[in-house]
Design a protein around this ligand. Structure first.
Ligand SMILES: Nc1ncnc2c1ncn2[C@@H]1O[C@H](COP(=O)(O)OP(=O)(O)OP(=O)(O)O)[C@@H](O)[C@H]1O
Ligand code: SF4
Ligand SMILES: [Mg+2]
Length: 382
């Protein structure tokens, strides 16, 4: 990545950028090379659902219950878990599309979760999203050229004049394996896989440092999935991008690699490298998840995980997995498990009591070893 550091706080709407910035030389947090690019600490997010009439039937959906993680520059960080565990909510909080109720999000060392729209703008450029449905980021009434150049001109005033934005659009299309012929066409004239390439090009034209890919291949045929995963992998290597890669599909996560956090009901229950996690899952939920997908990883001992997850509107105390866990003991019903081993250095609040914002600890990343939030693992029972 380029080495020029810009001060996000000092860069407002209409500020011009130098030609080197326009060419992509700017990066946020350039002076923080040793620190994480993204740091999420104890993030909590709830939604009100239902009960439009005088609040009757209204419920609080506890989507995130103290998520902490760190992603370093150029790193791939995957998040996996069942539907409804909070993956997309986490993505939206990081991308600034919704505000957390508690906790912090830092990017390049700067706290960004409560910035005004104007002060957030450099981060909107640096953090780009690729969605499951490419149509979410493509306007059907705009040509590819209009879509891409609009983004380029918005983020880089130096590209507003002449044909520079068009040249840049052709460049990013080439990076995603599409020819410049695509510029004059509309989204409906492309296949699903090509539209996902277009949405990746739309993200790339902003010259991001960090890409959040939320189920980017879930809507694609298996053969096309592999192509898009390869493309994202190439971009990561060639462009030095960091990824928050979200999927409910373990085989897709294993393919993408990097570090993996397993989420259950808005908490991270295990974090490890992809190789470690698939070779020897430790948390009972991770083991249940892998056991339910025998094609992934090695054969695992049978682990009972009866029933459906509890409702996020009525979560149990202690470890959220205890109603389904064969290793549950009394302690599991009342005390949120802390991380084992405790991460060093600690980040976030590190709380461990039920009712605190934390999941019982925090996750450190990048070579710091794996962490598991489970009493049985910490006590050596499993
Ligand atoms: N805007 C909202 N209003 C009410 N509830 C919401 C809202 N957004 C998410 N939720 C709820 O929060 C919980 C987490 O949702 P989220 O979309 O983050 O899960 P997910 O892990 O991305 O699931 P999936 O794999 O199905 O995409 C779910 O119970 C969901 O119904
Ligand atoms: S903390 Fe207890 S209930 Fe939760 S996964 Fe570990 S053993 Fe099971
Ligand atoms: Mg989702």
């Amino acid at each position: 990545m380029g080495g020029l550091t810009v001060s996000p706080a000092g860069m407002g709407e209409g500020d011009s950028v130098s030609s080197s910035q326009a060419a992509g030389g700017n990066s946020i947090g350039g002076g923080q090379a040793a620190g994480p690019l993204l740091e999420v600490s104890g993030v909590v997010k709830s939604f009100r659902s239902g009960g439009e009439f005088a609040g009757r039937g209204a419920a609080t959906v506890r989507a995130l219950n103290g998520v902490s993680l760190r992603v370093f520059a150029g790193e791939v960080f995957c998040v996996v878990g069942e539907s409804g565990c909070g993956k997309s909510t986490l993505a939206q909080v990081v991308a600034g599309l919704c505000r957390p109720d508690a906790g912090e999000v830092r990017f390049g060392g700067e706290r960004i979760d409560h910035l005004s729209e104007k002060r957030r703008r450099p981060f909107r450029r640096a953090i780009q999203m690729v969605f499951q449905n490419p149509d979410a980021s493509l306007n059907p009434r705009m040509t590819v050229e209009q879509t891409l150049t609009e983004v380029a001109r918005f983020h880089f005033p130096a590209l507003r004049a002449g044909a520079k934005a068009r040249e840049r659009a052709a460049e990013v299309l080439a990076l995603t394996g599409l020819s410049a012929d695509a510029l004059g066409r509309f989204p409906h004239q492309f296949s699903g896989g090509q539209r996902q390439r277009l949405s990746i090009a739309r993200a790339l034209i902003a010259r991001p440092q960090f890409v959040i890919a939320d189920e980017p291949v879930a809507a694609l045929d298996v053969s096309v999935q592999a192509q898009i995963l390869n493309l994202l992998g190439d971009l990561r290597r060639e462009q030095g991008l960091a990824f928050l890669f979200i999927s409910h599909d373990l085989s897709v996560v294993r393919e993408f690699g990097g570090r993996v956090a397993v989420m259950y009901l808005g908490r991270v229950c295990e974090e490890a490298s992809c190789a470690e996690l698939f070779a020897a899952p430790r948390h009972p939920y991770t083991r249940a998840l892998l056991a339910a997908a025998p094609a992934v990883g090695k054969a695992l001992p049978p682990l009972r995980s009866p029933g459906e997850p509890p409702s996020p509107t009525d979560l149990p105390g202690g470890c959220y997995f205890h109603p389904r866990c064969r290793y549950a003991e009394e302690r599991c019903r009342g005390v949120v498990p802390g991380l084992f081993p405790p991460p060093t250095p600690p980040i976030g609040d590190g709380g461990g009591e039920e009712g605190s914002s934390g999941m019982g600890g925090t996750i450190s990343s990048m070579g710091s070893g794996r962490t598991v939030a489970c009493h049985a693992v910490a006590e050596g029972r499993i």
